[in-house]
Write a protein that binds this ligand. Structure first.
Ligand SMILES: Cc1cc2nc3c(=O)[nH]c(=O)nc-3n(C[C@H](O)[C@H](O)[C@H](O)COP(=O)(O)O)c2cc1C
Ligand code: SF4
Ligand code: SF4
Length: 245
């Protein structure tokens, strides 16, 4: 059983590849949150994975909420995998300690560098660069699959930073939906609202309206809008859109 959260497809891609290689099933944390599904039973021999993107050197609020509510019975080898754009910071440490609080012992921790979806700062408009990052990521996921199959133990997160979790505090401020805006290019298709993992968007009079003060700030709405009509600050329009193909 491979639990994953993914806004733009990187972590989903890793989860699907690992699930395919190990014969496990990939379970979307967004779906679980939307359906109120938190009780799971795994066979004692079953591999259990938790895959998530790094947000502010820590974890998305969707993942911390899900782990908080999770009731997992059984399970064998347990691994975590974080996808990140530059540094995983304290995300691996954070997920391990949240799982420990739930009585789940982590056997191995992995990380993979993938295109950075935090476009208020990073640029994903160069398609060749993005493709090259994904090519290297696929090689790394292959090496991780080898380790998962032989149930390797240890912390293999090569981009963690000591005290990385100290920077996580800034995430609360980042989560304010007042930082998101929509332009007149919006055609009212509703994709942004449908895919929002925190149900923070409603379409009112043919335009998205953010109905919660805070969201996960996953930028799924910005990256998946067919008209690129959603922005966050002044730089995202220059930095392009990205979803894993
Ligand atoms: C709100 C937010 C914060 C992020 N913070 C970090 C970070 O601290 N370090 C990092 O390396 N990447 C960071 N990223 C980039 C993502 O971790 C990375 O692109 C990830 O692979 C996206 O996964 P997904 O496509 O499955 O959603 C951030 C992205 C977002 C949206
Ligand atoms: S996805 Fe884009 S075009 Fe569609 S409703 Fe949302 S903002 Fe408008
Ligand atoms: S409003 Fe946009 S950025 Fe916020 S959680 Fe929903 S999809 Fe993600």
């Amino acid at each position: 059983m491979i639990f994953y959260f993914s806004a733009t497809g990187n972590s989903r891609h890793a989860a699907k590849r690992i699930a395919e290689a190990t014969g496990d099933r990939a379970v979307s944390i967004t779906d679980c949150l939307k359906n109120g599904q938190f009780d799971f039973a795994a066979k004692d021999s079953e591999t259990v994975g938790f895959i998530a993107p790094v947000y502010n050197f820590g974890l998305p609020v969707t993942v911390t909420d899900f782990i908080d509510k999770l009731n997992l019975n059984g399970g064998g080898y347990v691994f975590t995998l974080v996808t990140y754009g530059g540094f995983s910071g304290g995300a691996s440490k954070m997920i391990k300690s949240l799982l420990k609080e739930k009585g789940i012992k982590t056997d191995a921790q992995y990380s993979v560098r993938m295109p950075d979806t935090w476009t208020p700062a990073y640029d994903v408009s160069d398609k060749e660069k993005v493709a090259e990052t994904n090519r290297k990521a696929d090689e790394k996921i292959g090496r991780i699959i080898d380790k998962i199959v032989r149930k390797a133990k240890g912390n293999f997160d090569s981009r963690r930073i000591p005290f990385g979790d100290k920077f996580y505090g800034g995430y609360e401020e980042m989560r304010k939906t007042s930082t998101l805006s929509v332009s007149n290019d919006c055609i009212g298709c509703g994709i942004c609202a449908e895919q929002c993992p925190t149900e923070a968007i409603e379409i009112q009079n043919g335009k998205p309206v953010w109905v919660r003060d805070k969201c996960a700030m996953c930028l799924g709405c910005l990256h998946r809008c067919p008209e690129f009509a959603i922005q966050r600050g002044s730089k995202t329009a220059m930095h392009g859109q990205y979803t894993h193909k």
